[in-house]
Design a protein around this ligand. Structure first.
Ligand code: HEM
Length: 439
């Protein structure tokens, strides 16, 4: 990005002083994790700020224009994603070099985003969503909405990438259960915070994940994705890693944005009313949208986008500058870690006035066109952006359409949501689900 004025050195970038140990881990833990820390960091120090990790000096960016000027930064330093390192011995694609990753993406992305498959899966997905919501409502007891929606989203993803497997619901339940224990444990270790997950439970979770995925690769009839991966020369070991990467990517992402949207609808009755009116108009008396009706649900998409803006499930991503580069007004040396603070970009008040307010109309065409291109980047940017973006949005829109149209969601705290990535932070309130009498 071209800036007027002198070029400043990276030591001029503002940021908090390091605490004990010469880094800011304690500050991050005290903020309840990176999402809260980065929003506070940028509110205090501006759109380009600095903080320290034990093994890296990090420059954090909350400016959409500066993000756009650094689209080509390639590397993704894995020491900043500690919860992935236990999977490193499986040569996971998330940890592989640029060339292998590019080849992997050329195979996986078209198989994941195939429109014909999406259309043929559509009726089965509606059944799975309805069946889950009926189960939540039939007990009469409040349910743990976030966990249920994570499981549901993983089930849709497994159906997409594996086809229908006998016993799939039970398999997905085991995978969700295993994933529940991982991120908090490893993040807790990094930040020196005690969490509820214990080491033996985490070891058994990792073993479960590998066993389940190996079973899926060896025993299940090949789906489109598995066939495409085999044609591209992926060995069984590669395939295990492909499926692990997809399951990791699909965990606490699609389900998280739908649960956040449902909680926002509980708090904002005006938005809920408009959304229901749109669903009634587009669907007529039908229980769920036909595949070709999804693009007509414009307010639904805006509501979902606004939920993603406020609660991007991946709050930030990291790159490493290979050469010295310009970052806004600063020049940073080779090797500096650049942190794209997705949450803070989405909360940047210059670009998003009244950033804390939930307002789906921000995603109406006119305001959308007046914003910088990189103002909304929930799926990352550049050549390593999220390969599941299309399929995640398809699944999320359908889940939200069916659930908001057919079911009522109520909670004691009117939908307030705790952060699921927090380090020992509060859990979200359970939610009562009831079928609607009229549609
Ligand atoms: C709302 C849902 C989702 C959001 C917001 C999201 C966001 C992201 C982000 C920000 C990244 C990092 C991109 C980068 O480094 O530039 C990422 C990577 C990734 N996501 Fe997603 N994701 C979502 C759902 C999914 C789903 C459903 C899948 C499974 C198909 C998936 C699979 C992946 C994988 C495999 C990567 C690593 C890609 C690579 O490093 O080359 N994601 N995602």
């Amino acid at each position: 990005m071209l800036m007027a004025g002198p070029v400043l050195s990276s030591s001029d970038i503002p940021g908090p002083p390091p605490s004990a140990g010469g880094h800011n881990l304690r500050d991050i833990a005290e903020a309840g994790g990176l999402p809260g820390f980065q929003v506070r960091l940028h509110r205090t120090y501006g759109e380009i700020a600095h903080f320290a990790m034990p093994n890296a000096q990090v420059v954090s960016v909350a400016s959409p224009e500066v993000l756009e000027s650094t689209l080509d930064l390639p590397e993704c330093p894995m020491e900043l994603a500690p919860f992935l390192t236990p999977l490193a011995d499986a040569a996971n694609v998330l940890l592989s070099g640029e060339q292998d990753r590019a080849r992997w993406r050329r195979t996986v992305i078209p198989a994941l985003s195939c429109p014909h498959r999406a259309e043929s899966d559509h009726p089965r997905f509606i059944d799975i969503i309805e069946e889950s919501a009926q189960r939540w409502s039939s007990t009469g007891e409040p349910v743990a909405l976030e966990r249920e929606l994570d499981t549901l989203a993983l089930r849709l993803m497994c159906t997409s990438v594996l086809g229908s497997t006998p016993g799939q619901a039970a398999i997905v339940e085991r995978v969700t259960d295993a994933f529940e224990r991982l991120p908090e444990f490893f993040l807790g270790q990094v930040y020196g915070v005690r969490t509820t997950s214990q080491e033996p439970a985490v070891d058994s979770a990792l073993t479960t994940l590998r066993d389940v995925v190996t079973f899926l690769v060896d025993e299940v009839a090949p789906s489109d994705l598995i066939s495409a991966a085999r044609r591209a020369g992926q060995s069984s070991k590669d395939l295990v890693n492909t499926l692990l990467a997809i399951l990791i990517g699909a965990h606490r992402t699609t389900g998280t944005v739908v649960s956040h949207a449902l909680r926002q609808l509980m708090r904002h009755r005006d938005v809920a009313k408009r959304l229901r009116a749109e669903l009634k108009t587009v669907l007529g008396g039908k229980a769920a949208p036909a595949f070709h009706e999804l693009p007509c649900l414009r307010y639904l998409r805006r509501t979902l986008n606004e939920s993603v803006r406020l609660a991007s499930p991946v709050p930030g991503i990291a790159r490493r500058a290979p050469d010295g580069i310009a970052l806004g007004a600063y020049r940073i040396p080779a090797g500096t870690v650049v942190h794209y603070a997705i949450r803070a970009v989405h909360m940047n008040p210059r670009v998003w006035p009244r950033p804390d307010e939930f307002d789906p109309d921000r995603f109406d065409t006119a305001p959308q066109n007046s914003r910088p291109a990189m103002a909304f980047v929930p799926f990352g940017i550049g050549r390593n952006d999220c390969p599941g973006a299309l399929v995640a949005m398809e699944h999320a829109l359908l889940m939200l359409a069916v659930l908001a149209h057919r079911f009522r969601f109520e909670s004691r705290t009117a939908g307030k949501q705790g952060s699921r990535f927090s380090l020992g932070g509060p859990c979200a309130d359970p939610v009562r689900v009831r079928p609607r009498r009229s549609r």
